[in-house]
Design a protein around this ligand. Structure first.
Ligand SMILES: [Zn+2]
Length: 143
């Protein structure tokens, strides 16, 4: 696949407007239960941040965000260059560490809310550690 313009990139990205309805429909079926008031408040706070990409970007020297959206998997992606989208959680973790993440490093959302990319909600883990965390969560234990 060759991408020649920003317009093409945007239209090929899962966040393109015409897929938003599909994404919403997909997300509806994924909920494992009613959200707590706490989670709802966090989501609201995250959505407020959504309208201020200028503020989020001003703190990060690796990217000047030209786009920000929620993917079909419920993760926030930011556009760091015309044709490069990255998970915001990874960008924020890299900013905190002062280095790029390696391919074996993952960023886990401590409260399981992938929309909550506050640094205190992010945990740098390896793939096996990440599997362990989610296995524990599935068994209903405290993480
Ligand atoms: Zn995780």
């Amino acid at each position: 696949m060759t991408v020649t313009s920003t317009k093409n990139v945007v239209s090929s990205h899962p966040c393109k407007p015409e897929t938003r309805a599909k994404i919403r429909a997909a997300l509806r079926g994924r909920s494992t239960g009613p959200r707590s008031e706490e989670t709802k408040a966090k989501i609201r706070a995250t959505k407020l941040g959504h309208s201020r990409p200028d503020v989020a970007g001003a703190r990060n020297h690796w990217w000047s965000p030209t786009g920000r959206c929620v993917t079909s998997r419920g993760r926030i992606h930011v556009r760091i260059r015309s044709n490069v989208w990255r998970a915001e959680s990874r960008v924020i973790m890299e900013q905190a560490l002062g280095r790029r993440l390696t391919s074996s490093e993952l960023v886990h959302h401590i409260n399981e809310n992938p929309l909550d990319n506050r640094i205190e909600n992010l945990l740098l883990v390896t793939r096996p550690e990440h599997n362990q965390i989610h296995a524990r969560v599935r068994r209903g234990e405290q993480s």
